[in-house]
Ligand binder design. Structure first.
Ligand code: TYM
Length: 334
């Protein structure tokens, strides 16, 4: 809660190209919730360097992600869209919260285990304390709600535990955040291995729909999506490929799963895959066009970046001062 208004915080990493999973699992919900809350949408570049990055590429991707937030429909005047690295409060609060987080808690994080296995040559301390920085992101803005995909649930739980622990010692400092995870779409699966989530970092480009894929590519990827040898459109865990496509179609057409199953009753996989591909392509095309327009207007996007960093810093400083005082840091002489 900030200035009497309920607050929403969420963020994405600028590593790799955004996928349909990021869109349907998170961004789509950001768009529906955004009228009700004071919203902060962050490009989390501090998190990105837990994995080695090419600096020029990271800068480019961070800008592309911020532009995409706007192009997807988030109003950058009403919503605070900004880079995490422009607000030093994230790192400062993260340090303090590190001192209120236990090694045992961090050791349980499944995403750390996955990433450590994937990047065994670079298991750095930042990767281990990644969830604490995430907790700092959320708590810095006294966030009430955090819309994310299912893979972030464990990180939200630890953020709540840290906040409750801190409040238990120092009184009511932080708002306890609630995760917001959609019923459908919280886990969009790979088109090539439907038992795995769709991921920005998948080496197989056919496994993911990237938000910047052109319509032909989108349709081709859906046509090639791995399903099963049956030809019936049924929503069941035994058919993970088709189940995933039904979820995607349901979310992009605003139809219920039952309506989708009924619509394709008696039709084959070919027709269904084509329909999903065309629908997704038709949603992505206007976003891509807006990205192209925004890329032509550097001054406008720069202005947004500047104004929103100021706004985010203002609120971040407010929380940070309160926390610094609570833990016993001497007040600055002004
Ligand atoms: P990131 O960048 O991996 O993903 C961004 C958002 O997309 C969701 N998501 C998915 N949802 C459904 N199906 C999928 N296949 C799929 N893949 C990704 C993620 O759940 C996420 O909501 N640590 C976070 C970023 C972060 C953050 C935060 C989020 C940093 N600080 C504070 C919320 C609040 C991450 O790496 O997300």
């Amino acid at each position: 809660m900030l200035d009497g208004k309920k607050t929403l915080f969420s963020g994405m990493q600028a590593t790799g190209n955004l996928t349909l999973g990021n869109y349907l699992g998170a961004l789509n919900n950001w768009l529906t919730l955004n009228e009700e809350y004071e919203c902060f949408y962050c490009v989390v570049d501090l998190h990105s360097i837990t994995i080695r990055q090419d600096p020029a590429e990271l800068r480019k991707r961070a800008r592309a992600l911020l532009t995409l937030y706007i192009a997807a429909g988030l109003d950058p005047v009403k919503n605070c869209i900004y880079y995490q690295s422009h607000v030093s409060g994230h790192a400062e609060l993260s340090w303090i919260l590190n001192c209120f987080t236990y090694m045992g808690e961090l050791n349980r994080m499944t995403q750390f285990k996955d990433k450590a296995a994937k990047h065994s040559d670079n298991i750095n301390a930042g990767l281990f304390t990644y969830p604490v920085l995430m907790a700092a992101d959320i708590l810095l803005f006294q966030s009430d709600v955090v819309p994310v995909g299912a893979d972030q649930k464990q990180h939200l739980e630890i953020a709540r535990d840290i906040a409750e622990r801190f409040n238990g010692i120092y009184g009511n400092v932080f708002t306890i955040p609630e995760p917001y995870i959609g019923k459908v779409g919280a886990k969009i699966m790979s088109l090539q291995e439907p038992s795995k989530k769709m991921s920005k970092s998948d080496e197989n480009v056919n496994a993911s729909i990237y938000l910047m894929d052109d319509p032909d590519t989108v349709i081709r990827k859906f046509k090639r999506a791995v399903t099963d040898s049956d030809n019936q459109i049924i929503y069941t865990d035994d058919k993970p490929g088709i189940k995933n496509l039904i979820d995607i179609y349901s979310l992009t057409t605003n139809k219920t799963v039952e309506e989708v199953v009924k619509e394709f009753d008696g039709k084959g996989y070919g027709d269904f895959k084509m329909a999903v591909g065309e629908t997704v392509a038709s949603i992505l095309k206007p976003i891509q066009d807006r990205v192209a327009d925004l890329n032509k207007d550097k001054a406008y996007v720069d202005g947004i970046i500047k104004d929103n960093a100021e706004k985010a810093n203002y609120y971040a400083t407010k929380t940070l001062r309160k926390v610094q005082k609570k833990v016993g840091f001497p007040e600055k002489i002004r």
